[in-house]
Structure formats: C-alpha cells, structure tokens
Design a protein around this ligand. Structure first.
Ligand SMILES: [Zn+2]
Length: 330
C-alpha cells in the first residue's frame, strides 16, 4: 500500500538514525501539511480494518464497531512512524528471496523463533532483510497484554497496528528484495499493485468472504509464516502479468500523469491498470480478503488468550493532535 516503503532502500541498509536526526518539528510539519501523507495510497489499509471489524465475532465486533472511526483512522499509524521511529521500517516486510532456495527448489525460511533466527543469521542481517513475521508475533502479544490490562486506548492502538502489519505481509511485494521492480526493469510496480489497483477496483470486491469459524489457538499467529509463503508465491504472476501488459499496451500508452495530493506523478495509465488487473485474475481481491480474515482471527485469538476480559467503554475523545503531543512527550 504505501509509497513510504520505497524509503527503506533509499538509505543505506545498515544506517541507523540517531536522536539528532529525529527531527520532530519536520515530522509534524510533514504530517500536517502534506496531503499525500494522509490522503491517498492508504485506502486499502483503511478498507481492510473496516471490513475486519464487520467480520470479527462478538463481543469484539460490538466493541470495535463502536470505535470504528478511530480504528480506521489509525490504520496508517505504523507507516507514519517510519519517518520518526528507529527500527520501524523493517517491521513492514521480509525479503524472503534473500534467504535463498533449497536444493529441492523450495524457499528457505528463517526460524520462526527470533532467538534461533538471530543465532543463525545475526540481528543486523535479519533487520536488513525485514522482520515482518516476527514483528507480527510481538504485536499480537502486545494486543494480548493490552486486553489483559483492559486499557481501551491501548487495545485500540495495538489492534490497529497489528492489522496494519498483518495486511502488509499479504502484499506479495512485501516479501521480495525486488519490491519495486528495480531489479527487473519494472519500476513503480509496488504502487501499481498495492495502491492503484485497490483504489480502482476494491469497491467491486466481495471482501467479506465466508464466515469465520469461531475458534482460536494460542499459536494461531504462527500462521503468519504461511501467509508470507503464499504472498511470495504470488510474485511470479505479479511480475509476469506486468510484463505481458507492457508488451500488449506499449510503453507510450502505459503511463499517464496523475495528480495525487499536491504532486503530479507519472503512473500506470487507466488502460494499463485495467489490462493488468484482468491478468491478475482476482489476486488483489484474494490477498485483501485473506488480510481481513487474518486480522479478525488474530484480534479474536488475542482477546481469548487474554482471558476474554469484559470490554468497558472509556473515553477516547483525544484528537490526533493531542495524541501526537502525548507521543512526542514520551
Ligand atoms: Zn506498512
């Protein structure tokens, strides 16, 4: 979904921002003044949270429905943090292809346990390649703790963050070092797949899918490893269909200039989007639907694992500016 992900390789992989580089003032100005930060490219994330609320079983459904606007608004918080929080960017992806292919032509996965993965690869290497699936497990545990504390504000923030990270890992290009097609001469494919296609077609999708079985397991979050494998297997179609579309449409008709926020950007044309979407044969709809189901299941499982606490209503009428000030103070 997000153009910000493109930032991750724009700086040296091993760089770390120091405190002096955390320019809070610039961050505030960027958030408040730049419409592209707040107004476009994130429609799919918002939609996923919105539909996941409809999907989640009671009593979470009632509780989240009551806070629907807050949750949908904060579906993007994790991306906004990439500009200001050290170590945030690598939580949104994993470059699975960097781990290689086994002699049987199957993917080599790093260990699901973080401590074992560090022993095998070292923490720096893992963070360079992205820590998406481990982070989902940590965020899930944060949500369990939030439910136990019965702190409504915390529950909502953790639920929004978990949904964001889970949704990101359903995007095929979040599992590849060639995340924007630079290595295959297909630059811009990231925004094409996760922003342009959902914006053009998601209102036509049947995103609710089948009813979820009301079941849970304390290990259900381990399924995030199946999710990244599924996402990675979608990549051949993602790249091949783009290539075929380019050959059919031709370079001159493949691009057009679009106004997004205050910026004029060269992006794939409507004709290209239509042709490419057809060739993907429901892939974007399928990945969005799976994202929604996973969000609902993980939310519900976290609540059950926390002991099914009563969800009491507390005041959450802080504005985004109040929340920002509180965050800066912390
Ligand atoms: Zn993200």
């Amino acid at each position: 979904m997000h153009p910000f992900k493109l930032l991750r390789h724009n700086r040296p992989k091993n760089s770390r921002w120091n405190n002096n580089q955390r320019n809070y003032g610039a961050w505030i100005i960027a958030v408040i003044s730049c419409p592209c930060l707040m107004g476009w490219g994130f429609a799919a994330h918002r939609k996923i949270v919105d539909v996941a609320i409809q999907h989640v079983p009671e009593p979470l459904h009632e509780f989240f429905k009551h806070h629907r606007n807050w949750l949908v608004e904060h579906a993007l918080d994790a991306d906004l943090r990439k500009h200001s929080v050290i170590g945030e960017a690598e939580k949104h992806y994993i470059d699975l292809d960097e781990f290689g292919i086994s002699e049987y032509d199957s993917m080599c996965l790093p260990p699901a346990r973080w401590d074992e993965a560090i022993i095998l690869y070292g923490e720096k290497c893992l963070r360079d390649r992205g820590i998406g699936p481990w982070n989902v497990a940590w965020q899930y545990q944060r949500l369990v703790e939030a439910f136990r504390s019965q702190n409504q504000r915390r529950i909502l923030q953790c639920a929004a963050d978990l949904a964001h990270y889970v949704a990101d890992l359903h995007v095929p290009l979040h599992t590849s070092a060639n995340y924007d097609g630079a290595a295959s001469g297909q630059n811009g494919i990231h925004a094409l797949w996760e922003t342009q296609l959902p914006e053009a077609y998601m209102d036509e999708y049947n995103l609710l899918g089948p009813d979820l079985p009301i079941s849970w397991s304390p290990h259900c979050v381990d399924s995030i490893w199946d999710v990244i494998i599924e996402s990675h297997r979608c990549l051949d179609l993602v790249f091949n269909a783009e290539k075929e579309t380019m050959e059919e449409i031709g370079e001159t008709n493949a691009f057009s200039y679009t106004i997004r926020g205050k910026a004029r950007q060269k992006m794939r044309s409507e004709a290209f989007i239509s042709c490419y979407h057809g060739k993907l044969n429901g892939q974007v709809e399928q990945r969005m639907t799976r994202s929604i189901q996973a969000c609902s299941i993980y939310w519900y499982a976290a609540w059950v694992q926390a002991g099914q606490p009563q969800l009491q209503e507390q005041q959450t009428n802080k504005s985004r500016l109040d929340a920002l000030i509180e965050w800066l103070k912390n």
